[in-house]
Design a protein around this ligand. Structure first.
Ligand code: GCU
Length: 690
């Protein structure tokens, strides 16, 4: 990038292997690229940048197939492009998923051509980025035959950015990159952000926070009342949204908005937002018409309703299906979709059971263009949670999975916690929804109206993500949305090579570090047996979540004099019973419940014996100490890379690791003291002060 922020995995550093570089140059220096759609402008621009960096020269662009050149690159749709139409059966392309593409080496007359073709303009963008990735990874391109289709139809980023205030809820990388005061004036950074996203195949973006303001009932939390995201639906602001959308559109990304359920009152001056009121219905229809007049490819609405002070259909004694459907009807004629969040909880004894109790009974009642967006676990993006029971419980409803990229509970912008191994665990989890072998990833990939949404992470920081290494979470998220079958190892290797180059010591060290970081994070934040939610909450209720404060949340931890953990079995809060039968049985019995979730499902005596003979309390101590050791080890390994990674990035990450160690120790000490206070059982190794 020309500007003063990092170019992440799109560094496009010169290919230093002579043989490879020569082969790339021979095959790609001359290119014939289709014209017309704005996306093709993006394709050309990216080829220019990419080849300039990787090969030291921009491609020579032709207006027709260059017959005088032996080998060349062709990018375009089937039928309309000569070498493609004569070498590839158009049916093969037209029958691909809309976002799919083919990259193939073909012989045409006397020529050898590298072809990128797709059924949509967006597919051509993805195919181009894929080709560039091959070069950055140093892959041979002499005989390509790549056919790609995304597993998930929707691959959306949910920003929790507060418009006009440039803050980001749970953002740890500086202020928002979106400058709503100055929009419709555009920033170069929007283009570069769109490039980063398109290089991963992300196809949707919600630029504003799900907390859109105007609580329908009084709240002690002023921060909620101040938020102004609802204002983006105001007529005078739609032009700003369209300006942003015009940048993302070129990269195949549709823009959505978080909307406030009480918008008919606040914006429309109506007395109610009751979804069954005809005036309310009309208001949403008129608003949708207006939005689509300004933004023809608008994606739809994301809604947080009846949760944490946000208004919703419960205010009118209506169900969430009734609530969502009124918006769905308004969007339907325009091809838009409602993403309706299942993140609801209120005065329930066990918050874990709430989402299922709210949504499972209304499976089948949502309109076709509603997707129920479910957080991966039943609590709230904790270090590790069991997988939400809803993924196996709503066969008649389109479902989306919400993952958190930003490290709200995993060390924020300081700790280098890589989420990809966690996300793999979530996506591979067998829901038994359709018998054994129905992992979450298949539940999601099954239908068109479904997909994956990722919360936040980027901000105005020059490195985009706070801790430089956390760029890997944005990368990994996008790659997994596209192809959840990729392994964590494959994704990590790709990211490290494109980010730090091909020095094998660096590649191996950084990859291993990332892959091990999540386990460490769980150990020092929780003790590793399924406890969670032991963080400090801050005064404004939305502020902290970084520091340890286990005593603040007794109901989540369940520590008493005689034991620890929360009974969520079928005979306890009933959460385990919300799973399909084999899983209920598995979790209900402490003997079969996986150790890493044991205390999430069971309240057990402090000296309950684990299979290897260690007691629960001793295991908690040990894991906390192991977690800190693991972080020290990560730091040592990073420090060993001094001189192999450029100084600026080396020092930035090294400083973060110094702080990471300090914070991990604080968590360990706070948790161990807490466990000791309640259990009065001494650590066998004498490390925990009595
Ligand atoms: C968490 C988070 C909030 C956020 C909420 C949500 O509770 O701390 O900041 O608003 O999740 O997902 O809506």
């Amino acid at each position: 990038f020309e500007t003063n922020y990092d170019d992440c995995w799109l560094r496009y550093e010169r290919v230093d292997d002579d043989e490879l570089r020569t082969s790339y140059r021979q095959r790609l220096s001359h290119a014939y690229v289709s014209e017309g759609a704005p996306e093709l402008g993006a394709v050309r621009a990216e080829l220019g940048r990419g080849f300039e960096g990787l090969l030291g020269r921009e491609p020579h662009l032709w207006q027709h197939p260059p017959r005088s050149i032996e080998r060349f690159l062709v990018i375009g749709h089937p039928e309309e492009m000569r070498p493609i139409s004569e070498t590839i059966d158009p049916d093969e392309i037209w029958t691909l998923a809309e976002d799919g593409y083919v990259i193939r080496t073909v012989e045409w007359e006397e020529h050898e051509c590298t072809v990128v073709t797709a059924p949509s303009d967006r597919g051509l963008v993805y195919g181009t980025f894929h080709l560039l990735r091959l070069l950055a990874l140093g892959e041979p391109i002499d005989d390509l035959d790549i056919v790609e289709e995304p597993a998930n139809n929707s691959r959306i980023l949910n920003h929790w950015d507060n418009p006009f205030r440039r803050s980001v809820e749970r953002g740890y990388a500086g202020q928002s990159i979106f400058d709503w005061e100055r929009l419709p004036d555009l920033r170069e950074r929007y283009v570069d952000y769109a490039r980063l996203l398109a290089s991963l195949g992300i196809n949707g973006i919600v630029p504003n926070n799900v907390n859109t303001g105007i609580p329908s009932r009084p709240t002690a939390n002023d921060a909620v009342a101040e938020r102004a995201g609802w204002q983006l639906l105001e007529s005078e602001n739609l032009e700003k949204v369209e300006a942003l959308a015009s940048v993302f559109r070129r990269y195949g990304i549709r823009t959505y908005l978080s909307v406030n359920y009480a918008a008919p009152i606040r914006l429309g001056g109506l007395e109610t937002a009751d979804p069954l009121d005809p005036e309310v219905q009309q208001w949403w229809q008129d608003k949708a018409d207006e939005v689509y007049d300004v933004i023809p490819d608008f994606g739809g609405f994301l809604v947080k309703a009846d949760s944490e002070g946000q208004p919703g259909p419960y205010d009118y004694d209506r169900s969430h299906a009734e609530g969502a459907n009124v918006l769905a009807e308004a969007l339907e004629p325009h091809g838009g979709r409602v993403w309706w969040r299942a993140f609801v909880y209120s005065e329930h004894d066990d918050r874990a059971v709430q989402a299922y109790e709210t949504f499972e009974p209304i499976d089948g009642e949502f309109h076709e263009n509603v997707t129920v967006q479910i957080k991966n676990g039943p609590i709230d993006f904790q270090q590790r949670e069991p997988i939400s029971t809803l993924f196996g419980a709503m066969p008649e409803t389109d479902l989306g999975c919400e993952l958190q990229l930003t490290g709200e509970y995993t060390g924020q912008g300081v700790h280098a916690t890589y989420h990809v191994p966690m996300w793999k665990e979530i996506l591979e989890f067998d829901t038994y929804a359709d018998g054994e072998g129905t992992p979450v990833k298949d539940v999601l990939a099954d239908r068109e109206g479904q997909g994956i949404a990722g919360v936040g992470i980027v901000g105005e920081d020059p490195n985009w993500t706070g801790n430089y290494l956390l760029q890997s979470n944005l990368y990994g998220f996008g790659r997994l949305c596209w192809d959840p079958d990729l392994t964590a190892e494959e994704i990590t290797d790709e990211w490290v090579r494109q980010t730090f180059g091909h020095d094998e010591t660096v590649v191996e060290t950084v990859s291993d570090m990332l892959l091990e970081s999540w386990d460490a994070c769980i150990d020092y934040h929780t003790g590793g047996l399924g406890l969670m939610h032991m963080m400090y909450n801050g005064e404004a209720a939305l502020e902290n979540h970084y520091d340890p404060a286990p005593e603040e949340w007794p109901e989540y931890v369940g520590a008493t004099g005689d034991g620890i953990g929360v009974d969520r079995t079928s005979s306890g809060s009933g959460y385990a019973a919300q799973y399909r039968a084999p899983l209920t049985d598995l979790y209900d019995d402490p003997e079969t419940c996986p150790e890493e979730l044991l205390l999430f499902f069971h309240h057990l005596p402090w000296e309950y014996e684990l299979p290897d003979g260690t007691t629960v309390v001793q295991r908690l101590y040990d894991n906390c100490f192991d977690g800190v050791e693991a972080v020290r080890e990560l730091r040592a390994r990073w420090n060993g890379l001094e001189g192999r990674v450029d100084d600026r990035r080396y020092r930035h990450v090294a400083e973060r690791f110094d702080e990471h160690v300090v914070q991990a120790e604080r968590w360990r000490d706070a948790l161990c003291a807490y466990f000791y206070d309640h259990s009065t059982v001494a650590d066998e190794n004498g490390r925990v002060p009595r």
